[in-house]
Write a protein that binds this ligand. Structure first.
Ligand SMILES: [Zn+2]
Length: 565
């Protein structure tokens, strides 16, 4: 059908303006010209114009060469020197949690207990009719001692159950009503891989729930379903569009919502409202491996287009540094070493089985021991199954033994990292760094060392753990500073990366991580027309220009999905 239209348009063009036959290209639908275009193509990283026909790019190059693509119906955008980049690809996101977070109180910008309490109190007052007061994004460093208490939440929400998820999603904070509703008392036993925070004297729950213990309470929280859930998904997709994001890779759909959420995505696609390309991994866990492999294969067989894809499973090797649940080779300052969720044998068996089934495997690993276990599991799968292009992934890699840097390249394992997790804010200074201890902290989120060791890095946000705003991630990636500019000189500045590298990790490298680099991720003829136009040229001026820049236009598959007002 498309070819037919193309022919018709071409003959019209010939009739009207008599372009010589040799250059008789059908005109473009969209032409962006007179810009500073970062293509992310190694051979020709810069251009002035991009022409798009249908969903694909048909020309990238000099502005003069683009003129032959201008037709009577071509929409022409004069960029006036603005920067164009390939559409951002957030390589690690939690789309549905992000969508659900849009109707919860967001605490991520509050760095004191008083500020956190004030914001919750105001939200509770504005939402007086809601049976639960829900929020997320609190930072460990906001609380004396690094952990909150139910009394602190009772003080602002005494009348209803309230539950606030930590920014990293690994720890929950409940008030007394919520604990009572979930039946969590001094007699409740800790679940496997989880800890109920308890008063050391009385044994009463403190309101803190770590790792799997969060499920005891979260399972009681009413979640939006049906139309309400769909509306939140659409809000999330449009938010991502405003941020220049045209692709995301989801770090794990899981039952019970998996089927309904895939159905919502299918509906959005059918309605032409899936404005972000999505690749979804399916969660696996110790003792629950065959099921997720089957599901990933089933959905993968059903969805093979460029909008919605499957083909990956994800497992958590360990937890997080802040809660001392990340698995470490050497103890934390308090003598504990964290919790690997898997034995090495079970992890190796699971990774091997998924790999044998032809699936890509993502492994969350934050402690240096977790990272090593993940590398070893990938290596064992490589040895056992011999697949040459498996592109195993390790997510986060917040700490690492120096001996393990070269193994990423040697094994072809992708280092999937989130720049804003290195944001050197108060939380990092008062909780992450002391928990990691000086030696491990000296290699915290070491993108620079991994790059120098030849690892392939991909960048993402981990939204809603932190904002999905790519500008914040880019700024932290190149400066290792907070947006207030602290610390002067940056935290471990040798671990920063260049702007060009950071952009590649958010685009062409991210596309590689989902086996789609031939289709998208850079701007060249034949590729999907996914791009973003920014208000400022990030390559000119100081890094602060990154924070000032706004996305003015987002194009996904040749279609304008966001235009700044
Ligand atoms: Zn994540």
């Amino acid at each position: 059908m498309k070819a037919g239209r193309r022919v018709a348009v071409a003959s019209l063009l010939l009739a009207r303006i008599a372009v010589p036959a040799a250059t008789a290209e059908p005109p473009a639908d969209l032409l962006l010209t007179r810009g500073h275009i970062f293509t992310a193509e190694a051979s020709a990283p810069w251009a002035e114009a991009v022409a798009i026909r249908g969903e694909r790019i048909v020309y990238v190059g000099a502005a003069s060469g683009a003129e032959s693509f201008r037709g009577p119906r071509t929409e022409v955008v004069d960029l006036g020197g603005r920067l164009v980049v390939p559409g951002f690809n957030d390589a690690h996101i939690h789309l549905m949690s992000g969508a659900l977070s849009l109707e919860r109180v967001d605490l991520i910008e509050d760095d004191s207990l008083a500020a956190v309490q004030a914001r919750i109190q105001a939200f509770a007052a504005q939402n007086a009719g809601r049976p639960w007061v829900l929020g997320r994004g609190w930072l460990y460093g906001s609380f004396p001692g690094g952990m909150p208490s139910r009394e602190q939440l009772d003080a602002v929400v005494p009348d209803r159950p309230a539950y606030m998820e930590c920014y990293d999603g690994h720890t929950g904070w409940a008030n007394s009503k919520a604990l009572a509703l979930a039946g969590i008392t001094r007699d409740t036993k800790d679940p496997a891989n989880g800890v109920i925070g308890r008063d050391p004297k009385t044994g009463e729950p403190t309101g803190v729930l770590k790792e799997e213990a969060t499920a005891l309470l979260e399972s009681r929280i009413p979640v939006p379903t049906g139309e309400a859930r769909y509306a939140l998904l659409l809000r999330a997709l449009s938010l991502l569009g405003t941020q220049g994001i045209t692709s995301v890779q989801d770090a794990g759909f899981a039952p019970p919502e998996l089927d309904t959420d895939v159905a919502l995505l299918e509906r959005a696609r059918a309605e032409g409202r899936l404005t972000v390309r999505l690749r979804v991994s399916v969660r696996m866990a110790p003792g629950d491996v065959e099921g997720p492999i089957k599901v990933a294969l089933q959905w993968g067989a059903r969805h093979r287009d460029s909008l919605l894809r499957f083909g990956a499973v994800k497992g958590f090797v360990d937890g997080v540094v802040e809660a001392k649940t990340a698995a470490m080779l050497e103890p934390y300052p308090d003598g504990t070493t964290g919790l690997p969720n898997w034995s090495s044998e079970a992890l190796t068996a699971a990774v091997g089985a998924a790999d044998r089934a032809g699936l890509q495997v993502w492994l969350h690993a934050i402690g240096d021991r977790g990272v090593r276990m993940a590398l070893e599991a990938h290596e064992a799968a490589l040895r056992a199954n011999g697949r040459s292009d498996r592109r195993g992934r390790i997510e986060h890699i917040e700490t690492i033994s120096p001996a393990d840097y070269p193994r990423f390249r040697a094994l072809g394992v992708i280092a999937s990292m989130q720049p804003l997790h290195a944001n050197p804010d108060q939380n990092s200074e008062t909780v992450w760094v002391p928990n990691a201890g000086p030696d491990r902290a000296s290699r915290g989120l070491s993108w620079g060392s991994l790059e120098r060791a030849g690892a392939r890095l991909v960048f993402g946000s981990d939204w809603p753990v932190v904002t999905s705003d790519v500008r914040r991630g880019l700024y932290c990636a190149v400066t290792r500073k907070t947006r207030e500019g602290r610390p002067r000189g940056g935290w471990l500045p040798e671990q920063a990366v260049s702007l060009e590298s950071a952009l590649r990790h958010y685009t062409v490298d991210a596309a590689y991580a989902s086996f789609e680099e031939a289709q998208k991720g850079s701007l060249s003829p034949g590729k999907l027309a996914d791009l973003a136009v920014l208000s400022e040229d990030l390559f000119q001026g100081p890094p602060e220009a990154i924070l000032r820049a706004r996305v003015v236009l987002t194009v996904m598959g040749g279609r304008v999905v966001y235009r700044a007002p």
